[in-house]
Design a protein around this ligand. Structure first.
Ligand code: NI
Ligand code: MN
Length: 227
């Protein structure tokens, strides 16, 4: 599979059979991304939580592509109320075998709400995804603090690549993410969720230097990792 980083927490994944996944497509209002909300193509959209910088352009992209939204049930319900026809609701600790591979939804320590007409709508619990496909395992942590149960993920899964937020302020920062990486025992760790806004400005190369040799990998916006 080919995994491309598109700034903030956005990943696109193209499987060998051509199936396309998009994770957390926050495009409108994201000055770092190389994607265009009205041009991106996908079959599946995975949303870690309901914050606007993660659900982003999910609704219009799903409608235009007839894509299926995979997220916690409350986010799926929100998408359906906004006209998305295909959703697959999950909840923390559950896994499901999709045509492209297996997705396990795991917890994240964060919050999740979305403002509609001045009212904060409950969007369920925040989550991360452990995706297993083509014999590889990817962990997208979503927005989270550093938490001890990541050791359980590291024991239960042989993680090839972990995408961890390093921005601080809204999530863990570089030092906590380096600690998380140790417990996850991921072969590669890619920093995400930084430099999009002034309060999450970080040096990703400094984060990589906190990790063991050759574990950390900074992906530039638009850069692809082949697994
Ligand atoms: Ni968030
Ligand atoms: Mn966020």
């Amino acid at each position: 599979m080919e995994i491309t980083y598109h700034g903030h927490s956005i990943l696109s994944i193209v499987m060998k059979d051509g199936q396309k996944l998009l994770v957390d497509p926050f495009i409108t209002g994201n000055s770092l991304t190389d994607l265009k909300a009205d041009e991106v193509t996908t079959d599946w959209i995975l949303v870690t939580h309901g914050h606007s910088d993660h659900i982003g352009d999910t609704v219009p992209i799903a409608k235009r592509n007839d894509a299926t939204v995979i997220s916690i049930v409350e986010v799926c319900s929100f998408a359906e109320k906004n006209g998305v026809e295909k959703t697959h609701g999950m909840n923390i600790g559950g896994k499901y075998d999709f045509p492209f591979g297996r997705v396990k939804m795991v917890h994240a320590q964060h919050s999740s709400g979305y403002e509609v007409d001045g009212q904060m709508v409950y969007m369920g619990e925040p989550a991360g995804f452990i995706i297993q496909a083509e014999g590889k395992t990817i962990y997208h942590a979503g927005d989270t603090s550093n938490f001890g149960d990541m050791a359980l993920f590291g024991d239960a899964f042989d993680i090839d690549v972990a995408f961890l937020p390093i921005g601080d302020n809204f999530t863990m920062g570089p030092h906590e993410a380096a600690s998380a990486a140790k417990r996850l025992k991921a072969k590669q760790v890619v920093p995400i969720h930084y430099n999009t806004f002034p309060v999450i400005k970080q040096d990703p190369e400094a984060f990589v230097r906190l990790l063991p040799e050759s574990v950390g990998k900074v992906l530039a916006v638009g850069e692809t990792l082949e697994l």
